[in-house]
Design a protein. Sequence first.
Length: 302
Amino acid sequence: MGAVPVPDDAPLTAGDLLTLVELRDLRRTSGLRGAGLVAHAWAVIAGAMALYAAWPSWLTLAVAVPVIGGRQLGLAVLMHEAAHWLLFPGHPANARVGAWLCGHPVGGNLRAYRRRHHLHHRHTGRPEDPDLDPGAATRGGRRAFWLGVARDLSGLTACAWLLRQRPWRTDGPPLRDVLVANAVLFGALAALGQWPLYVLLWLLPLATWYPLAARLRDLAEHGRVGGASDPLRNARTTAAGWPARALLAPYWVNHHLEHHLLVFVPCWRLRDAHRLLLAKGHGPRMELAPGYAAVVRKATAP
């Protein structure tokens, strides 16, 4: 039995658009896939570091920094998966791997993020949404946007974030765990005789490319989208070729409309959900962008 056609002005749920069989298939999690995604992120980071260590030059540094920054965003995306209990079938694995191998190394706090993010899903686009204005950085048009990009790549955005956190006035597990995770990473590189890579190819991407990729992610997901009541319009899916997936949109994070509509679906099935929705003729109602350049043009237009 197929999904029931829905009038254009009716409120939508996932069950209105896809069949129960399709929904059951999409929502299955896999510990093997989750572990593979985490391993992939760290393998790419290690590979980029090894490239620079083997052939140190400005060219290999210019390649490694955005590649690693993109995977650092990937770790944050996988922490997001764990916040939805979708990275692994069991709750303990989501909590431990999502925190220690995904969140803490990039300064994330899984528990605090989960609380805030669930409010974002519950109140998307409404006054109670803690992420209500992701396009604030583009206010003032293209000039303001490019100034924001310059702040990202210069490290000023990261410095401002650090000052807001006031870590010297913070105690307790979140800061401690971030420091422990980074100490382990530094220690592993030091044991290999490569401790400078922690500064050049961990902290530098984290302070430059990661904020830029996060800015574009936020802008693409909810910047200048439609009404809060329409799940096909209050979030955006952005087409991403392999360069964008490598540097800006890891692990299917560009399929944000599908994630909001099907919050119980793991990230590695979002592309399948996208294809299903298009095949069923829902494309004209969906908030879609042909690429990140198109998102920037739309979001920064007067």
